[in-house]
Write a protein that binds this ligand. Structure first.
Ligand SMILES: Nc1ncnc2c1ncn2[C@@H]1O[C@H](COP(=O)(O)OP(=O)(O)O)[C@@H](O)[C@H]1O
Ligand SMILES: [Mg+2]
Length: 404
């Protein structure tokens, strides 16, 4: 590789070489050797643009042997439509200017277009100070160009992903806001009325206890119905918006939610394990983690008929959030899950992606477990993977400085 100043000096030395052919110095021989052996194509053109020197790399890149090209015009290497490019270079040489790292294209003998970076310097006869041609090097930058294109594509994809992430995040936030206001409406408006109905019904029951027992019985029915509505409503409110999230934080809210599930499903065993400081996660992560746990437990109950569910939530020393939810249920074929009408797993993934985290599901349908034992996957399983059911792994590398 020539740096440009060095390149200029090579040009100068080539000039000197012409002057002192018979007293060729060691330095000139060394330079001639470099020109012959360098990985860049090096060629010399005379004033008409005909090639008079052609090194091994030039042959390798363009496919012409020296005897096929020496004496021919440089335009033999110029792709159709790029003639102006060559003319421009020749003009620079005629003006005794250098061409520096000019990125363009040339054509090989087999028609292949090669991306090249061209540097050229005028050759001047030192005795007469006349321009006699130029020395030109062409570096093959095809790989660099391909890398640049790949890089640009990756950048575009990354931007797109980031855009999607932000939109999903916004939508999730909007939904949560909406739910919160619904929960508030339910609680403040409907809740008041139900309480009022119950209070009146209790009063009626008290007043009619002796005089009109049949009215009292009806009043008691209203009380029972009001209680029912009240409980149902609070269940809905809890689903809509776990109020304790704001007051008690994530850990207590999860414990509370799981206690509630546990009450409704006495045969199910749910364990919760926390580690690290989970207080500083911020509202947005809190609600999203809560939703993910909620949905995975629902799934484990509804689809897997699990007997045991393990939820582990940790903040590592580096501030990463790691959540694993494992059930011992019937498992599923992860690749066959229909996500056109089922948004639970998809929603979890999107929530996690919104925080630039990773979401992985490890599961296999139980029915296939038996046959899989002898297959390749058996090795993977024995290497620490769970033996049945479903495990969801979530990792959010930077969980502590997430904005809400
Ligand atoms: N823990 C699980 N165990 C077994 N199958 C599951 C589990 N979680 C999800 N699935 C399967 O994946 C499908 C998609 O789940 P999900 O996206 O949550 O949608 P939905 O719960 O509305 O069906 C479910 O219908 C079920 O077949
Ligand atoms: Mg679901």
């Amino acid at each position: 590789h020539f740096d440009l100043p060095e390149f200029g000096s090579i040009a100068k030395n080539f000039n000197l070489m012409g002057e002192s052919l018979q007293k060729s110095t060691a330095e000139n021989q060394r330079l001639a050797l470099i020109a012959q052996q360098t990985a860049d194509a090096v060629m010399i053109h005379d004033l008409n643009g005909n090639i008079s020197f052609w090194n091994a790399a030039a042959q390798k890149i363009f496919g012409y042997a020296p005897e096929d090209i020496i004496g021919k015009s440089a335009s033999i290497l110029t792709p159709k439509g790029e003639e102006r490019d060559l003319a421009q270079n020749m003009r620079a040489i005629n003006d005794r200017r250098n061409v520096e790292n000019h990125d363009t294209q040339r054509q090989a003998r087999d028609g292949r277009i090669v991306d090249v970076s061209i540097s050229a310097a005028p050759l001047i006869d030192p005795q007469t100070n006349e321009l006699i041609g130029d020395i030109c090097s062409m570096r093959d930058i095809t790989e660099r160009k391909h890398a640049e294109i790949a890089e640009r594509k990756a950048e575009v994809a990354e931007n797109k992903l980031e855009e999607n992430r932000q939109i999903t995040h916004l939508i999730q936030k909007h939904i949560e806001d909406e739910r919160r206001s619904l929960a508030r409406e339910l609680h403040d408006e409907l809740g008041q009325y139900v309480t009022a109905i119950k209070t009146f019904a209790v009063a009626i029951a008290n007043k009619t206890k002796e005089k009109a027992p049949e009215v009292e019985a009806s009043a008691q029915t209203i009380v029972a119905a009001a209680n029912h509505i009240y409980d149902g409503m609070h269940n809905i409110i809890r689903q809509l918006r776990p109020g304790s999230l704001d007051n008690l934080g994530l850990v207590e809210t999860l414990k509370d939610a799981i206690n509630n599930v546990q009450k409704q499903q006495p045969n199910l065993n749910i364990t919760l394990e926390f580690s690290g400081n989970l207080d500083g996660l911020g509202e947005s992560l809190n609600i999203n983690i809560y939703r993910i746990v909620q949905e995975s437990i629902n799934n484990a109950i509804k689809h897997a008929e699990a007997k045991n569910i393990e939820v582990k939530l940790a903040i590592t020393k580096t501030g990463a959030l790691q959540l694993t939810i494992k059930d011992d249920g019937k498992g599923m074929d992860v690749n066959a899950v229909d996500q056109t009408n089922h948004f639970g797993l998809l929603g979890m993934r999107e929530r996690v992606q919104g925080f630039k985290g990773s979401f992985n599901v490890d599961s296999e349908p139980n029915a296939q477990m038996v046959t899989k034992v002898s297959s390749k996957k058996a090795g993977v399983k024995s290497a620490g993977s769970q033996s049945s059911g479903t495990t969801i792994y979530i990792n959010i590398p930077q969980a502590l400085n997430v904005s809400n």
